[in-house]
Ligand binder design. Structure first.
Ligand code: BDP
Length: 685
């Protein structure tokens, strides 16, 4: 019998068929015939075809491992169902319970979504959970979303995947939705296997062709949404705010115009009739030349609430992005500050959004730089649903040519104490509590992140960028997870049977985010990248343009004065003590100093070094660390297959070249600007 291969590409990332072996050996029985139970059965069958020792190894009728929703369990095993019932009390629809009852290991849940999560947990972690105890597990963040920035048209300004570093889109080709959906299904499996439960299907920059996804391509959208729903994932469409004009034939998109409102009601009705698995809309409005309610003198609450009203009858949700700023500002005017924009726009609207609106806030106030302070909207907004947006795609962190494991950065953001002073915040006010919905008792909360995959055989360009996708899913599930622990787990799953490789990859990746920071832009100032594509150094690339991304380096000093006393006033957006900490040049943490302050090159950091010497030292150190990464990889490269070894070695070589380029340009620029030599006498031109 011809069998379907485990995956549509030779690389199935961390989801290797051999991880299913322990389950198969345990004689798993899945009760129920829902779509998610079918998915579990398919997964087991596909793995069995690939790796199982052959038929006859499990004895029919003997089921030592049972997977069933509580409802299905009650039908066939009432005694077991009654025994496990107390463990399910209060557990959410995505939670699951593992226990052992009268010799049978049981995975059960109130809802099939929980069952699916539990199944993938057994693949990831093995069967050790069945140690006689009863365990409950459920996700911390209700929303765990990925955003595809895929364009329907390959002629889109930024290619077929905006900021895509892994080949072309797996969803669209030649202006149409791809018809071979195997890759999409495998992606759904990968996402489900780490606990993702929502996905948006197209780029937030919605141009003409993508606007028509909701009309001309609606059947394809329905098929894609079904595939994701079969894996417990709700599908969202990025919509064009001006759709009533562009495809509706109206003369306006004014959110208070009854005709416009009616248009959205009808369009949504039609859409949901054909795409029952749709979750709702994602919107980028009044941002980087995209249309929005400002055109009509309306607020973002007016715009979002209009869409919320249209989605409400269908149980749909609007994700409305807070990435709103003036991208045509005057670089000479130091009073304008892009960092202020999101808070200035959205904070006054707190409490005005409908309950099926979620504001999507980037982790930092600028734009996914290697280091930024945490957005003051996180913990600032109290009466509004919020998800935090991260970027798994490494736009500003090496574009998946550089190895850069981002989980430690995300973890730092999640652990940031927002110091919400609100008495209604009894269960903590770290960002991880805010995105759990706990801090302000919000019904909807969570995280969203820009995906890093494409049609590349390794999915993510750099094979190790897979670690970022894996870790994102697991951190979204449990923001208390330890990034190092996740890295070990990912490495073990990805390179089974290759312990040397597992160790080497962990060694290389664990500190790679800090290494990347060392050889690129210093002390939180950000940018210094080539304009447009954002790869590689260009110290003044954005310095005299309209994008609001400056470092203000001159012969005397460097950094952006964002203080209330003498600068843009951005520090005033934080709660205490952060407002005071960031305001003070002495108390501001070193790693963010140039984000908040303009200081002389001789300014002494808390570390004891001057700013200029810090720049020199870290840039030399960063390159040395990349050299060590290359050497560490060389110790094990011959243990993996040739194509993988070549891909990784090629990327590491490029990382080293690029790191040297960064070091030399940054050091030379600041040596010339400051006139200060390296205290350690190294050559800088
Ligand atoms: C920036 C990207 C741009 C995106 C934008 C966004 O450079 O391509 O469209 O973010 O988030 O980082 O909307």
């Amino acid at each position: 019998m011809a069998t379907t291969p485990w995956f549509s590409t030779s690389d199935s990332c961390w989801l290797r068929p051999q991880h299913v072996l322990p389950l198969l050996g345990h004689g798993p029985q899945v009760l129920g015939d829902g779509r998610l139970q079918t998915t579990i059965r398919e997964e087991l069958a596909a793995a069995a075809a690939e790796v199982a020792p052959g038929p006859g190894t499990t004895k029919p009728g003997e089921h030592a491992l049972l997977l069933a929703t509580h409802e299905d369990l009650a039908l066939t095993h009432p005694g077991m169902a009654a025994a496990v019932e107390p463990a399910l009390v209060g557990l959410g629809p995505e939670g699951y319970v593992t226990t052992t009852h009268a010799g049978t290991d049981l995975l059960t849940a109130a809802d099939a979504r929980g069952l699916l999560h539990g199944f993938y947990a057994l693949l990831r972690d093995g069967l050790a959970v069945f140690d006689g105890s009863t365990r409950r597990e459920e996700p911390t963040c209700p929303v765990r979303m990925v955003n595809q920035w895929d364009n329907l048209s390959a002629d889109a300004p930024m290619g077929s995947v905006e900021r895509g570093y892994s080949g072309d889109s797996i969803f669209y080709a030649d202006g149409a939705v791809v018809q071979d959906r195997r890759r999409v299904k495998d992606y759904a499996r990968l996402l489900a296997s780490v606990g993702i439960n929502a996905l948006s299907l197209n780029n937030v920059n919605v141009h003409g062709p993508e606007t028509r996804l909701m009309t001309d391509h609606v059947q394809d959208v329905a098929d894609l949404a079904r595939t994701f729903a079969d894996h417990g994932i709700a599908t969202y469409l990025s919509i064009n705010y001006a759709a009533p004009i562009e495809i509706g034939g109206l003369g306006t998109a004014d959110p208070l115009d009854p005709q416009v409102r009616q248009w959205w009601v009808q369009a949504s009705e039609a859409l949901f009739a054909q795409v029952p698995d749709l979750g709702g809309y994602l919107v980028k409005a009044d941002s980087e030349n995209r249309p929005g309610p400002f055109t009509y003198g309306r607020t973002h609450a007016d715009g979002a609430n209009m869409l919320a009203e249209a989605l409400r009858p269908h149980g749909g949700t609007v994700f409305w992005r807070c990435f709103v700023y003036d991208c045509r500002q005057d670089w000479r005017d130091r009073r304008t500050d892009r960092a202020r924009a999101a808070y200035d726009h959205f904070m006054p609207l707190d409490g005005e959004f409908a309950d099926n609106v979620v504001l999507q806030v980037k982790n930092g106030p600028m734009d996914f730089q290697v280091r930024e302070p945490v957005s003051p909207l996180l913990g600032g907004l109290e009466r509004t649903n919020v998800v935090m947006e991260l970027q798994i795609a490494q736009e500003y962190t090496g574009q998946q040519k550089h190895a850069c494991y981002l989980a430690p950065q995300w973890k730092q953001v999640l652990d940031f104490d927002t110091r919400s002073a609100d008495p209604r915040a009894p269960s903590g006010a770290a960002v991880r509590d805010v995105v759990a919905g706990r801090t302000f008792a919000r019904p909807v909360a969570g995280v969203a992140a820009v995906s890093n995959i494409g049609d590349d055989v390794y999915w993510t360009g750099h094979p190790w960028a897979q670690a970022n996708l894996y870790a994102y899913g697991r951190l979204a599930w449990d923001p208390a997870s330890d990034p190092d622990d996740l890295l070990h787990r990912w490495s073990r799953l990805t390179y089974p049977d290759l312990p040397d490789v597992q160790r080497a990859v962990v060694d290389i990746l664990a500190g790679s985010w800090l290494t990347y920071e060392r050889y690129t832009s210093p002390l939180g100032v950000g940018w210094m990248v080539e304009p447009g594509h954002h790869y590689g150094p260009s110290i003044e690339g954005y310095e005299y343009s309209a994008w609001g991304t400056y470092h203000f380096a001159d012969r005397d000093g460097v950094g952006v004065d964002r203080t209330v006393a003498t600068g843009t006033g951005y520090t005033g957006q934080y709660r205490e003590p952060w407002a005071s900490v960031y305001e003070s040049v002495d108390r501001c943490p070193d790693e963010l100093l140039l984000f908040f302050h303009h200081v002389p090159y001789g300014h002494e950091l808390a570390s004891g070094r001057t700013v200029i010497q810090h720049i020199y030292d870290t840039h030399f150190q960063g390159v040395e660390e990349v050299q060590a990464m290359v050497a560490r990889w060389e110790q094990v490269a011959d243990q993996v297959d040739g194509a993988l070894a070549e891909r990784v070695s090629g990327r590491l070589a490029e990382q080293l070249r690029s790191a040297r380029e960064w070091r030399d340009q940054v050091n030379t620029y600041f040596r010339r600007a400051s006139g200060v030599d390296d205290a350690r006498g190294r050559t800088i031109y």
